[in-house]
Ligand binder design. Structure first.
Ligand SMILES: O=C(O)CCC(=O)C(=O)O
Ligand SMILES: [Fe+2]
Length: 317
């Protein structure tokens, strides 16, 4: 089985019959698999490639420099650099809190940036990539999802005004293949994402796997496909949709060995970048219209988005 592909080429301003069909296709993918390859998102490939280059430069910095942006110990302060699981993966997480601080008039939480003099240019490029992802989210993705659910195309926008999103840059170091085969090292264990939805950019390493909907416990490979962005639903949207849309388990393993393997028993490093979309903290969400009825009672109480996310963050980090 392969992930469905959703092509946004004809989505434009979201008012045509083509746009409605794209929305319906996205909806079907979210309902049946919870994951899709997106094509023609309008996110320029050069900008993606450039961000991967910045990410490679970031993780190649001396550890002392990276630790200038180190991740605070509290789970809810989900920002900055950290090595996880004895350096099986390291990451840098940030969000646009500078923008948010201006909007709300108070600074809630600060990003931990590596000082610009230690890594000139990174911050502005990272923010510009973040903003490109956000542009696609607001102009195309959320409207398409709304159309697919038979809702007005701006339905999700008023729940996603405050920039509660994060960009997570990930680096999985290379290592002898034997350490992966023996189980001594892994990459990322099976998990679901917990916000609204995620865009996942992966390099050409491979290793991403998604649980097959019809066969719990069986994972299918989601190999890198040039020109695509991987998309998935998070637990918050699953709950909001009364479990109509699926937040599917996924994980990263060492990629399968290829026939033409020239790697001398080494598994190469992997870079990926996840853009997590989150709803405005103070907004209360109730079961989406159309996702309940006499045969499908509401399973969940209304909840404030921030309360749900905090509960999840504190439980898992
Ligand atoms: O590295 C990957 O491709 C997976 C990352 C992921 O699933 C996550 O950050 O939630
Ligand atoms: Fe994930």
């Amino acid at each position: 089985m392969q992930l469905p592909t959703v092509d946004f080429a004809e989505f434009k301003d979201g008012d045509s019959k083509d746009a409605l069909e794209i929305g319906q296709k996205l909806f079907a993918a979210c309902r049946d698999v919870g994951f899709a390859y997106l094509v023609n998102t309008g996110i320029p490939q050069e900008q993606i490639d450039e961000m991967f280059n910045w990410s490679a430069k970031l993780f190649a910095l001396p550890i002392e420099t990276k630790l200038k942006a180190s991740h605070p110990p509290e789970g809810w302060k989900h920002r900055g650099y950290s090595g996880v699981g004895r350096e099986q993966v390291s990451q840098l997480v940030f969000d646009p809190d500078e923008l948010r601080a201006i909007r709300t008039g108070k600074k809630i939480l600060s990003n931990n940036w590596i000082p610009d003099e230690d890594f000139p240019g990174f911050q502005s490029h990272a923010m510009s990539f973040y903003n490109t992802c956000r542009g696609f989210q607001l102009s195309t993705l959320l409207p398409a999802l709304a159309l697919g659910l038979d809702l007005p195309k701006d339905f999700f926008l008023r729940y996603h005004e405050a920039n509660e999103n994060q960009l997570r840059l990930l680096h999985y170091p290379g290592a002898p293949t034997s350490v992966f085969e023996s189980g001594e090292k892994g990459r990322i264990g099976a998990h679901t994402d917990f916000g609204t939805a995620t865009l996942l950019f992966q390099d050409d390493c491979g290793g991403l796997e998604v649980e097959t909907p019809s066969q719990p416990g069986v994972f299918m490979p989601v190999p890198p496909q040039p020109g695509t962005v991987v998309f998935n639903i998070g637990d918050f949207l699953m709950r909001w949709s009364n479990d109509t849309l699926k937040s599917t388990l996924h994980r990263v393993r060492a990629p399968p060995r290829r026939e033409d393997d020239q790697s001398d028993g080494m598994t190469k490093e992997r870079f990926s970048m996840a853009y997590f979309m989150g709803a405005d903290k103070e907004k209360i969400v109730e079961c989406l219209p159309g996702c309940f009825g006499p045969k499908k009672p509401k399973k969940y109480e209304p909840i404030e988005a921030g309360e749900y996310i905090n509960m999840r963050l504190n439980a898992t980090y």
